[in-house]
Design a binder for this molecule. Structure first.
Ligand code: FE
Length: 142
């Protein structure tokens, strides 16, 4: 699913295997290394992705799937816990064949090429998430 190397003080280089779904692999990595809070970033080539947009007026999520080859030019996000499970808050920008970009919250993305991430484990427990009715978001509970 992925390969990794610890660089120093709770930092990791992560290579997600070809044809693997990125958020699934990242959640599995967080479980394996017991990362309870941290930051993640990276780049990838993907063949399919579903992005999510929160409409603040309706507080409803709108998801859109792209079935095409794209380059994730920037994946940025954080790791926390909700109900004892890894909670990934990931944003991406991805470029298309015509060099325009689409983006949003990353729900799923399938690697088609390479996926190179870094993870920094803050080493902190108690970084949770709590639903906030005003925004419709699962906000940090610090
Ligand atoms: Fe967000």
């Amino acid at each position: 699913m992925y390969k990794y190397k610890e660089t120093s003080d709770n930092r990791y280089i992560l290579s997600v295997d070809n044809h693997t779904e990125i958020s699934e692999a990242l959640a599995a990595f967080c479980r394996e290394k017991d990362v309870r809070s941290g930051v993640v970033g990276g780049i990838a080539a993907i063949s399919q992705a579903t992005f999510r947009f929160l409409n603040p007026a309706t507080k409803k999520y709108v998801d859109k799937t792209f079935d095409e080859q794209m380059e994730i030019t920037c994946l940025a996000g954080n790791i926390s816990r909700k109900d004892g499970e890894p909670y990934l808050h990931l944003h991406v920008t991805a470029s298309r064949r015509d060099y325009t970009c689409v983006g949003g919250h990353l729900l799923t993305a399938r690697v088609n090429g390479a996926c190179e991430l870094f993870v920094e484990d803050y080493g902190l427990d108690g970084v949770g998430r709590k639903f906030d009715p005003e925004t419709g978001l699962n906000l940090y509970e610090l």
